[in-house]
Design a protein around this ligand. Sequence first.
Ligand SMILES: NC(=O)c1ccc[n+]([C@@H]2O[C@H](COP(=O)([O-])OP(=O)(O)OC[C@H]3O[C@@H](n4cnc5c(N)ncnc54)[C@H](OP(=O)(O)O)[C@@H]3O)[C@@H](O)[C@H]2O)c1
Length: 245
Amino acid sequence: MTKTGRLPENHKRIAVIIGASSGIGKALAGELSREGWRLALAARRMDLLEKIAADCGLGTLIRRVDLMESEKAAAAIESLLDELGTVDLFIISAGTGHINPELEWNPDCDTLLVNVTGFVSMAQAAMRHFLRQGHGHLVGISSIAALRGSGGAAAYAASKAFQSIYLDGLRDLARLRRLPIKVTEAQPGFVDTAMMKAAHPFWAASPEVAARQILRAIRRRAKHAYITRRWAIVAWLLKLLPRAG
Ligand SMILES: NC(=O)c1ccc[n+]([C@@H]2O[C@H](COP(=O)([O-])OP(=O)(O)OC[C@H]3O[C@@H](n4cnc5c(N)ncnc54)[C@H](OP(=O)(O)O)[C@@H]3O)[C@@H](O)[C@H]2O)c1
């Protein structure tokens, strides 16, 4: 950053994507690399990351991180951020979820470790880096599920509500520090990825369409965006309609 807050003309923008091995994160990597960003991609499946990095071009870095082990993951990402130096954009797309109406412990525990503890470890590493460098843009991908409790996936919905409020808190922290650090919450409805599991629910967007809409929100420096935009109608109804029972 220059003193005027503008990036120098020869600066190649750098983005880190956590959860870049498939789905929305992979599609974001494709879109950003076409726009000329330098990328650092992280997830557990290194074989997939290697293929994606080859498509994204020279200079793309990859790292294995498992958000189930959040302290180790945070250390790996902190050292990646130090290696990269100035980082413009940090996207947390990694997430997991289970249908668990029987309330078994392990699926809910997985969800909380990845979507809550793991998410916080990544968001903290990114924000600390941005606070040190004085600018940056953090993006978290929550879910429309954050809007209501879910009998079939109580832990998933609650974990996404946590992400939503946590991102709001980080945005407030940047405001208190009077720094040009932006925080965007992308809140998808259905996106046709491995996570969606159910076959062809209504209004499912392709990961590429979702990625393009997330990037539009990033360019607008929006605090929040429904992905796709039509999910704003569902959100409005969910907030308005009383709960059954
Ligand atoms: N698809 C939808 O309908 C939908 C709707 C609302 C919100 N979302 C949210 O969108 C985000 C992306 O999901 P997606 O739909 O793109 O699903 P996806 O294709 O299954 O991608 C999930 C990504 O998270 C990574 N991940 C999962 N567990 C991880 C762990 N323990 N450590 C590190 N990385 C991990 C996966 O990488 P590895 O397995 O290689 O580690 C993968 O890159 C998630 O946060 C999800 O909750 C999705």
